[in-house]
Design a protein around this ligand. Structure first.
Ligand code: FES
Length: 130
């Protein structure tokens, strides 16, 4: 996990990053807000689509990654929590293996606008739990 002061901060216009800044089967971390408890998330690329997730594992609440932007299992398809090995589908956030099978990551609403990944414009950036 990146130290908080190293994560890109999402500010006024809600721009997280450019789509082209996310490699295929790669991810980018970001942070919303300041202080001791900002919202930390990451966005993954799925072809020309993106999915953003709260960086909090449904098993024990840990951040999924230990190194910056490192969210993929060795197979390059599934996301992995480095604490106890839970694996998640990148498009649905559903855990398909490990100690929280059947639970889901919490989606952060994002949209693609003119090649930029931006926070969704609704009243709550977090989608309801599934
Ligand atoms: S905290 Fe993620 S698998 Fe345990």
């Amino acid at each position: 996990m990146c130290p908080a002061d190293a994560l890109p901060r999402v500010a006024g216009a809600g721009v997280i990053c450019a789509l082209e800044d996310i490699p295929a089967n790669g991810a980018r971390e970001f942070q919303i807000g300041e202080g001791e408890w900002p919202l930390r998330g990451f966005v993954v690329r799925d072809g020309d689509a993106v999915h953003a997730w709260l960086n909090r594992c449904p098993h024990a609440g840990h951040a999924l990654n230990l190194s910056p932007d490192d969210f993929y299992a060795p197979d390059g398809r599934l996301l992995i929590c480095r604490s106890h090995g839970a694996k998640f589908e990148r498009a649905t956030g559903r855990c398909v293996g490990g100690p929280c099978t059947g639970a889901s990551l919490r989606r952060i609403r994002v949209e693609l606008v003119a090649g930029e990944v931006r926070l969704g414009t609704g009243s709550d950036v977090l989608a309801p739990p599934t």
